[in-house]
Design a protein around this ligand. Structure first.
Ligand SMILES: O=c1ccn([C@@H]2O[C@H](COP(=O)(O)O)[C@@H](O)[C@H]2O)c(=O)[nH]1
Length: 232
């Protein structure tokens, strides 16, 4: 079991998600669900996955709206007892503060952790510069947005393996860093642009690693965890 690994359940099929939870619950610390699973099945999937053995559920719906709408969404999602949730940092300071206030209303022990998303791991510098017209370096952009997230009461941020060190230096030891886009050296990068090695990501300061396809499609989980260097 490695409690720092979060397995992404990217499927619309609840039966498949439940089977993956049963297969991996003794190997990983949490399971992440998003739109693919919740849109066809509703947020009741949280209870169903918990019944299957998923103690910690990360609801990755990446809320991005005006403060009032995001606050309402966070409150409704938190009622399901999820462990972690995502909001977009570019929703702005008022939106993040409103989300954090709602999460905190559920009590320190049971409230969800809120982490902020800035530049998705499927994007690169070219997109940022050419299509969004942002002229600073992607890493610097993410450092500034990550600082904004912590200043506005989020618990942490999502970033790729490329930015962990500089974001950790900027937000300090207490901010939670969650890193998707984790791949083996020779692994298929799929639709991800900014990928990294699991051991290096943890050494650089990530608290949690999100791994989807490599785990969910693994025919031999013991072997895949060993290849990832994640058996401790
Ligand atoms: O910037 C981001 C934010 C979230 N994700 C999510 O992580 C997993 C990655 O899946 P893989 O199969 O390991 O690529 C997926 O659920 C994304 O929604 C991300 O990849 N990048």
């Amino acid at each position: 079991m490695n409690r720092q690994i979060i397995c992404a359940l990217d499927t619309p099929h609840l039966d498949e998600a439940i089977a993956t939870v049963r297969r991996l619950k003794d190997h990983v610390g949490a399971f992440k669900i998003g739109h693919a699973l919740t849109l066809p099945n509703g947020l009741e999937v949280v209870e169903r996955l918990r019944d299957a053995g998923a103690d910690r559920i990360f609801l990755d719906l990446k809320f991005h709206d005006i403060p009032n709408s995001v606050a309402l969404a966070v409150r409704e999602a938190a009622k399901h007892g999820v462990w972690m949730m995502t909001v977009h940092i570019t929703g702005g300071p008022h939106m993040m503060a409103a989300a954090a206030e709602q999460a905190r209303a559920f009590g320190e022990e049971t409230r969800p952790l809120l982490v902020g998303v800035s530049v998705l791991t499927s994007l690169d510098q070219h997109f940022l510069t050419e299509h969004l017209g942002i002229n600073r370096e992607l890493e610097e952009h993410m450092v500034q947005l990550s600082k904004l997230a912590i200043e506005n009461e989020l618990d942490g941020v999502v970033c790729s393996a490329h930015e962990i060190k500089s974001i950790r230096a900027a937000i300090g030891p207490r901010g939670v860093i969650v890193t998707p886009g984790i791949r083996l050296a020779q692994g298929d990068t799929h639709d991800q642009k900014r990928v990294g090695d699991p051991g290096q990501a943890l050494a650089d300061g990530a608290d949690y690693l999100v791994i989807g396809r490599a785990l969910a499609s693994s025919p031999d989980i013991e072997q895949t965890m060993a290849q990832l260097g994640m058996t401790r």
